[in-house]
Ligand binder design. Structure first.
Ligand SMILES: [Zn+2]
Length: 321
């Protein structure tokens, strides 16, 4: 039983999608009969379909406020087919019950099957659209299920020889089907840095063309091979905005399974303030004072949603004394 909650160790609350507090049951993964050995009456299903997750059916006026659904295996068994990918996510103690969570990926099911699931339970929707009132445990478990099922979707063929792959270790390993190759793959994430750049009472925010009109957020970018995280922070700030930074400090991280990022959040102090926008990467970058951010709506601008680490970085900076 290995069950961690980061807030037990530090005062820092995890970001959304980072509350998993789960025993990942790694000792079951090497057992070929892991599924047979689960206590079925305690198994809850985390259904995934094309990177979407099952929510209660929305009522039009409150559509962002429905709950994520993890039905009991016994209520869901009739919908599960042999070809559906099964991934053992882990367990947690709730009252006297040890709940076990099993991701079933329905992406290869027929539309008819999906329709019958939705008719009986609710609707598949993107976790990205979830409300900030989202149950934190459920949100984290859903993010984990989506990330690992996305990894399976991207690795149906061996990266080395191109042969078909086989799922093993309760869904946590992919093996090449060819004996002469025998290449093994483990779940991967793409590290990305995201940084709150500040200078005195101002912070540097930018926007991309594809974002909703008026939204400004912190700068971010993928870490490149052979690069440290702090170097990625400094490079992205200079590439996107022509700003030099120092005093780069780690803040917190967030799994962001759209499709497979791990966001690593930093604060950094700018040593220069003259912006030089790289239009091929970003549409606009500006300095904003705390006062301007607090009245952002008056300027027809808005900040990213509360579920994002970007917003956490901004809010923590605004609340700094
Ligand atoms: Zn291979």
């Amino acid at each position: 039983m290995v069950n961690f909650n980061v807030s037990d160790f530090s005062k820092l609350q995890p970001n959304y999608f980072g509350y998993d507090n789960l025993d990942r049951m790694t000792d079951y993964r090497n057992d070929l009969n892991w599924f047979e050995k689960l206590n079925k009456k305690n198994v809850k299903i985390v259904p995934v379909w094309n990177s979407s997750i099952l929510f209660e059916r929305a009522i039009k006026s409150q559509e962002n406020f429905t709950s994520i659904l993890f039905p009991n295996l016994y209520d869901f068994e009739e919908f599960i087919e042999n070809q559906n990918l099964k991934i053992l996510l882990g367990s947690r103690n709730k009252s006297t019950v040890n709940e076990i969570f099993l991701c079933i990926d329905f992406s290869n099911s027929t539309q008819k099957k999906i329709n019958s699931i939705m008719q009986s339970f609710g609707e598949f929707r993107s976790l990205r659209d979830a409300s900030p009132k989202l149950d934190k445990f459920k949100g984290s478990l859903a993010a984990y299920a989506i990330a690992i099922s996305n990894w399976h979707k991207q690795n149906k063929f061996c990266n080395t020889c191109g042969a078909k792959t086989l799922v093993s270790n309760a869904g946590h390993q992919i093996n090449c089907s060819q004996k002469h190759c025998a290449y093994i793959q483990f779940p991967r994430m793409d590290p990305a840095v995201i940084m709150l750049i500040h200078n005195n009472n101002k912070t540097l925010l930018g926007r991309q063309t594809i974002w909703p009109k008026g939204m400004y957020s912190t700068l971010a970018g993928f870490v490149e091979p052979g690069e440290t995280l702090e170097n990625a922070v400094a490079r992205e700030a200079y590439e996107e905005a022509g700003i030099k930074v120092h005093k780069i400090k780690y803040h917190s991280s967030q799994p962001w399974p759209f499709p497979s990022s791990l966001m690593l959040g930093f604060f950094a102090e700018a040593t220069s303030t003259k912006i030089k926008i790289n239009k091929s990467e970003i549409e606009d970058v500006r300095w904003f004072t705390k006062g301007e951010l607090l009245n952002f709506h008056d300027q027809n601008k808005f900040l990213p949603r509360k579920i994002s680490i970007a917003r956490r970085l901004i809010d923590d900076w605004l609340n700094e004394k």
